[in-house]
Design a binder for this molecule. Sequence first.
Ligand SMILES: Cc1cc2nc3c(=O)[nH]c(=O)nc-3n(C[C@H](O)[C@H](O)[C@H](O)COP(=O)(O)O)c2cc1C
Length: 350
Amino acid sequence: MSKAIGGRDARAPNSTGARSAGVPPALFQTRITELFGIRLPVLAGGLQWLATPDYVAAAARAGICGFITAASHEDIADLRAAIRRCRELSEGKPFGVNVSMLPKLVQGERTQGIFDLIVEEGVRFVETSGRNPAPYLPALKAAGIKVVHKVPAVKYAIKAQAEGVDAVAVVGAECGGHPGMDMVGTMVQANVAAAKLSIPLLVGGGIGTGAHLVAALALGADGVVVGTRFLVAEEIWAHADYKRRLIEADETETTLILSSLRNTARVLRNEATATVQALESSGAGIEALMPHISGKVGREAYRTGDWSKAALSVGQSVAFADRIEPLAAIIARFEDEARAALARLKGLAR
Ligand SMILES: Cc1cc2nc3c(=O)[nH]c(=O)nc-3n(C[C@H](O)[C@H](O)[C@H](O)COP(=O)(O)O)c2cc1C
């Protein structure tokens, strides 16, 4: 039943010391490089509409792990085709599927159907978010699938660890998408999480350079999860006008919406988000907000490049999105920046 997908046999290049021509030796060996069999301890988190097979396979080929995002696919057949396409493009390297279980994105039977498909297709890695994945863990574990559960606060990570997930990703207030309701920054949250958890830990939210990766490792994490910084990758299909807007934007140009629904989202500040904020302050409910926040409106904005007309998830690390280039180039820069950060620390240490 389960077929080898995404490099079932892939070994961490770190462990073999593999050095193909022109590729420098891996910088880090952590519990995350080992768990995923990746070169750099970086996960490209799920991106609704944007984490397509092209993007996820580019991540795999560049030595990190990305996630085909189930919420981008209206039916199971479509998701199956995306998984198969990604397998073809990934050259045997690891990739996974993101299952966001936020009630409004993926519901009930559909969630079960998605996990059934993941098992059937022999996917090796799953990133869950939005809700406790406990009901689905026995079947995933029986299939040998590794689960990283992504949460916005340490208390949920502790719970997920007790339920038996393989790793947790804890994202702080800076993140694009859903930072939760407590809004603790990544710097504090990373260290608290490292002290309280024993399973492999990723931190995310505002990770935009290799120096952030080094900082996260110094704080006790085993790796990082990144969303925003990779949005300007060539393999992201969204219109170039949208990417150009991200390149222009600095760290002050995101805003928070939907706290009134207890579903806070960090998004690019624009006309649509100003409307949403005005509606929220006047006590409007979900029906009035939907025309501005629905996933379909967002997808249309990515297609047309008219970034002002929808609430689009973007985090503060948009500050570091400086050019459109292949994902592999962004990751190579990450690695160079991490090397430079390590050298700086070495120079400072006494
Ligand atoms: C455009 C966009 C779409 C996202 N969609 C999802 C999603 O569908 N599921 C999910 O679990 N996380 C989603 N995220 C969150 C990312 O996977 C990741 O956790 C987050 O972006 C990390 O913080 P950063 O944006 O500061 O790098 C999304 C983020 C962005 C920016």
